[in-house]
Design a protein around this ligand. Structure first.
Ligand SMILES: Nc1nc2c(ncn2[C@@H]2O[C@H](COP(=O)(O)OP(=O)(O)OP(=O)(O)O)[C@@H](O)[C@H]2O)c(=O)[nH]1
Ligand SMILES: [Mg+2]
Length: 563
């Protein structure tokens, strides 16, 4: 990665505060407690038009030769080493109020060995008095000493000008083009808010890289999954719950079936019940995990297969639904469960052979698909999410996870032609009318798609109160049968309209073909997203269902009884 500037230093010298100051927004957690940032946090930023990547590292908390039983701290040291290896310029942060402590000397020595351009940011120079102590830090053996106050924002210009000057000369294609600033993302609708009338940008597919937030309870293997997918040790893994304290963006590029795709994986802190959250740091961590759900395009909910589905898993699932995120459920640590399932399966077969199974005796879950339906039953409100069984440890089914991500991403690009949308909804409503206590009947005028992600449809009808949650669920189900939308929430927004609006006419068959006869490829863009789970043909002419081998993604529209 070119233009990489890393911020290093012992714990609690103000690295995160400095990091935030530079990127001018709150990116990393700042808290007055040693070792709060335990992972690298990186951000793409710009200084006077020149792009660079800024990396905040965990503090180096050990003296050389000192033994550590704290795995988190040890892993943080490794993270700093990775940052040193990758960085073009390193900013060592020290604290003027504490002077040089032995650990600073250790860190400095470590950095001198790296041979990289080093700057010292002498932090907490909040007044003139402190400035005279600056020269003391020359003992660390570096020429560039820059006084800063991360909290007050002093000295940042100087620091960054010096750091940028130490970067390698810009490549010809790196010269900034005026007006080439990235376009801001369109704002998301607030949870529960009614969609506005169509804006064209809401119907423009999201640009890659899509953001994939990996969320779940502490210790379920979120960081392990990211490391396994990226074949690296980018984020810290440890058996201690609560290892990840911040949301960390990990760029990730993958080639599946000849198509290269870029994603940003977001590692997040494990989310515990709020009343069990120990301190404010954890509180912020959980908040950041929630923010990650909001800024993600797809959320991957990781569940510990061994622990099963807990109340907290349901709560996280609830948050995902509340923010209307596309979702994939991952049951991780399957390696720990696999043997037991195999055993149960063998017993089941044995019983079947001996025909000893009595009627009514509860049947053990022995196949992945049975487990899949069990998970979906438990998380019934998130039943649109496919379920994948993985092991970050053995790599089991991580390819399926990638496949599901690619497939769900393709679903989020679908724009349903209005005529087919209207035909599908009309058929569904003719098939089942909502029940009205006062004997009112539903009249459907017209529907239109107002947003791609989450797929949102505005339905003009005579009475919006006829749309109970149950009726919406039924209609969403019919739309899933027609258009797929596996992994995506479907948002239906009925709007009452005066009677003067004529109901839309049934579309005439075009060129001898019924409206239903349109090929599915119109929707799914398989050229861009070829995969095993193609878009489903609208109406009754559904595409042949994909083969659901064990653990393949499944959606809500599968008849549960068959599994
Ligand atoms: N057997 C087994 N162990 C796993 C698997 N995935 C992760 N682990 C272990 O589970 C522990 C927690 O893994 P992490 O990746 O740190 O979990 P996390 O969800 O990121 O945890 P926090 O950041 O603390 O929320 C580590 O000891 C991992 O080695 C798996 O698929 N199988
Ligand atoms: Mg983690």
């Amino acid at each position: 990665m070119p233009n990489l500037i890393a911020i290093v230093g012992r714990p609690n010298v103000g690295k995160s505060a400095l990091f935030n100051r530079i990127v001018k927004k709150r990116i990393a957690i700042v808290h007055d407690q040693p070792g709060v940032t335990r992972d690298r946090v990186s951000v793409e930023a710009e200084w006077h038009g020149r792009p660079f990547t800024l990396v905040d590292t965990g503090g180096i908390g050990l003296l050389r030769g000192e033994k550590s039983t704290d795995v988190i701290l040890r892993a943080a040291v490794e993270q700093v080493d990775i940052a040193i290896e990758a960085a073009n310029v390193i900013i060592l942060v020290v604290n003027v109020q504490e002077g040089i402590v032995p650990l600073d000397r250790e860190v400095a020595q470590r950095l001198r060995q790296s041979g990289k351009p080093i700057l010292i940011a002498v932090n907490k120079v909040d007044n003139f008095n402190a400035e005279k102590d600056l020269v003391d830090f020359a003992q660390l053996g570096f020429d560039q000493l820059i006084p800063v106050s991360a909290i007050h924002g002093n000295g940042i210009e100087d620091l960054m000008d010096t750091a940028m000057a130490l970067l390698p000369p810009p490549a010809p294609d790196e010269v900034p083009v005026p007006g080439d600033a990235p376009t801001p993302e369109p704002p998301e609708p607030a949870a529960g808010a009614e969609p506005a009338v169509t804006d064209s940008h809401k119907l423009t597919p999201r640009k890659f890289p899509l953001k994939i937030a990996i969320v779940g309870r502490p210790n379920v293997g979120k960081s392990s999954i990211i490391n396994a997918l990226t074949h690296s040790q980018r984020v810290i893994v440890s058996p201690i719950p609560g290892t990840t304290r911040d949301a960390i963006d990990v760029p990730f590029e993958v080639e599946t079936e000849g198509v290269r795709q870029k994603y940003i994986l977001i590692d997040t802190a494990g989310m515990r019940k709020t009343r069990r959250v120990d301190d404010t740091v954890e509180f912020f961590s959980v908040q950041r995990a929630e923010e990650s759900i909001i800024r993600s395009d797809i959320t991957v909910l990781v569940i510990d297969a061994e622990a099963g589905i807990t109340e907290q898993d349901k709560k996280i699932a609830d948050t995902i639904v509340e923010h209307r995120r596309a979702c994939i459920i991952v049951l991780n640590k399957w390696d720990l469960f696999d043997a037991k399932v195999r055993e149960a399966r063998e017993e089941e077969i044995e019983k079947r052979n001996q025909k000893v199974r009595t009627e009514g005796q509860s049947k053990e879950l022995t196949t992945l698909s049975e487990f899949g339906s069990w998970v979906q039953e438990k998380l019934f409100f998130l039943d649109y999410a496919p379920v994948i069984f993985t092991s970050a440890k053995t790599g089991f089914h991580l390819d399926r996870l990638l496949e599901a991500v690619r497939y769900v991403a393709a679903q989020l690009q679908q724009k349903i032609p209005t005529s087919i949308l209207n035909r599908t909804l009309r058929d569904a409503m003719e098939h089942r009318q909502p029940v009205s206590e006062a004997g009112h009947h539903l009249k459907f005028y017209y529907a239109t798609q107002v947003r791609l992600a989450p797929p949102t449809f505005l339905l003009f009808v005579n009475r919006d109160e006829l749309f109970s949650d149950q009726y919406k669920k039924f209609l969403s189900g019919e739309m899933r049968k027609a258009f797929g939308y596996e992994g995506c929430p479907i948002v239906l927004a009925p709007k009452a309209r005066p009677k003067s609006i004529e109901p839309v006419r049934k579309p005439k068959p075009a060129h001898g073909k019924s409206a239903h006869g349109r090929p599915a490829r119109k929707f799914g863009k398989p050229g861009k997203f070829p995969g095993k789970f193609p878009g489903v043909t609208p109406g009754k002419r559904r595409a042949k269902k994909p083969t659901r081998s064990q653990g393949a993604p499944r959606g809500s529209n599968r008849a549960k009884g068959r599994r």
